[in-house]
Ligand binder design. Structure first.
Ligand SMILES: *Cc1c(COP(=O)(O)O)cnc(C)c1O
Length: 388
């Protein structure tokens, strides 16, 4: 028989990294020394005190059974206490927080909770590809909000047509931003809240990188801005903060009705996160500063090394104050794809083409510094010597 794919997966945009992946593997098979700076996945291991908490919790049989759909109350309490400590935001652990199997899970499920077929979700472009794909999966229509350098990589809310705003029920935002590394200020979030109220748009703020910032910068939580709890929720992840990408744990916090909506979808789709992982996550949140500065210093050192080589190569970039990425401009006259192909062929470095995050990422490329410092130095040297 013939297996037919549903339109929602058959129609997915072509995988932009496929050609680079193919070329990379071909070169590796020929024995080339390739440095892959593509994926943003911390190389620094999870701190020992968190691993110890998991070990202990995994031996307790009460943690072997189905967890609660929305998360252990003790985990939601720890998340609430962390928000109070870190952002001075009060959250009711019972009704304003839901545990997630990584924040990607919540982001991908949010459109199912809030979008009816034909509804619009406003999505940043360039941006995390999950926002538009999850929107389409739910029968919604993504509307791209371009992030331009001239605008500090913030969307221009005034540029969104009125008829689009009328049909929009959801807006995704993400600051500190992946891939551009930009930060949002309170003024921008206030404008977002005003618009949300005026047009009845639920704001879904992806806050995966609030803890990865440098030079004393303390990124904002969307929820600390007045009025945010009326219009939005925030997705928090333990992945980047605590080097826990493989553990699959995060949470969503904010507006009660919206949190209940996410909970309702989850109750019908998954059965929650492994309790032992939640216990370890409590340990992470309770002692969240343990080793954080050291981990950030490692990223900062690598970012500085990498940026210095971009300076020497005459490549323009936006100096990151947060996240573990560097977002830089490809040389004039080249497309992102051309540049990334040349980087791979001539310098043996895999970088992510900016248009992989959407058409408005064209003209840019992204590297991640989540690879050992030796590798970053090696890559930086190759870029310095790289002749366009
Ligand atoms: C890494 C990342 C996530 C996902 O994090 P998980 O909690 O591991 O699912 C979400 N959003 C952005 C922008 C990310 O870069």
């Amino acid at each position: 028989m013939e297996i037919k794919w549903a339109k929602r997966i058959a129609d997915l945009p072509p995988y932009l990294f496929a050609e680079i992946d193919r070329k990379k593997n071909e070169m590796i098979n020929k024995g080339a020394d390739i440095i892959d700076l593509g994926v943003g996945d911390p190389d620094i291991p999870t701190p020992t005190h968190i691993i110890e908490a998991l070990k202990k919790a995994s031996e307790d049989p009460s943690n072997h059974r189905y967890p609660s759909y929305i998360g252990m109350l003790s985990y939601r309490k720890a998340a609430s206490e962390w928000y109070k400590k870190r952002f001075n935001v009060e959250l009711d652990p019972i009704s304003e927080i839901v545990a997630l199997i990584g924040s990607k899970e919540g982001i991908a499920h949010a459109p199912l909770a809030f979008l009816d077929p034909g509804d619009i979700a406003l999505v940043p472009n360039p941006g995390y590809p999950v926002y538009p794909v999850a929107t389409t999966f739910a029968g919604g229509i993504p509307y791209k909000m371009p992030l331009y350098k001239e605008n500090g990589f913030l969307p221009d809310l005034d540029a969104i047509p009125e008829d689009v705003l009328d049909k929009a029920v959801l807006m995704f935002l993400n600051y500190p931003n992946n891939p551009t590394t930009a930060l949002a200020d309170k003024g921008f979030f206030k404008e977002v809240i005003d618009l949300a109220k005026r047009k009845n748009i639920l704001i879904c703020h992806d806050a995966a990188y609030t803890e990865i910032a440098f030079n004393g910068v303390k990124p904002l939580s969307f929820l600390e801005v007045e009025g945010a709890m009326d219009v939005g929720i925030e997705f928090q992840s333990l992945s980047k903060t605590f080097s826990m990408t493989g553990w699959r744990i995060g949470f969503a916090a904010g507006n009660k009705k919206a949190i209940a909506g996410i909970g309702k979808v989850k109750t019908n789709i998954d059965s929650g996160a492994f309790q032992a992982v939640q216990v370890a996550a409590i340990e992470a949140l309770k002692n969240y500063e343990l080793g954080l500065e050291e981990r950030k210093n490692v990223y900062k050192e690598r970012i500085d090394l990498f940026c210095k080589s971009l300076d020497e190569a005459g490549i323009k970039y936006h100096k990151p104050e947060a996240t573990f990425y560097v977002w830089f401009e490809v040389p004039q006259g080249m497309t992102s794809s051309d540049f990334c192909a040349r980087m791979l062929e001539d310098a043996g470095i895999v970088v992510t083409p900016g248009n992989g995050f959407g058409e408005f990422g064209e003209g840019y490329a992204r590297v991640s510094v989540t690879f050992d410092t030796e590798k970053i130095i090696n890559a930086a040297n190759r870029i310095r010597d790289f002749k366009i």
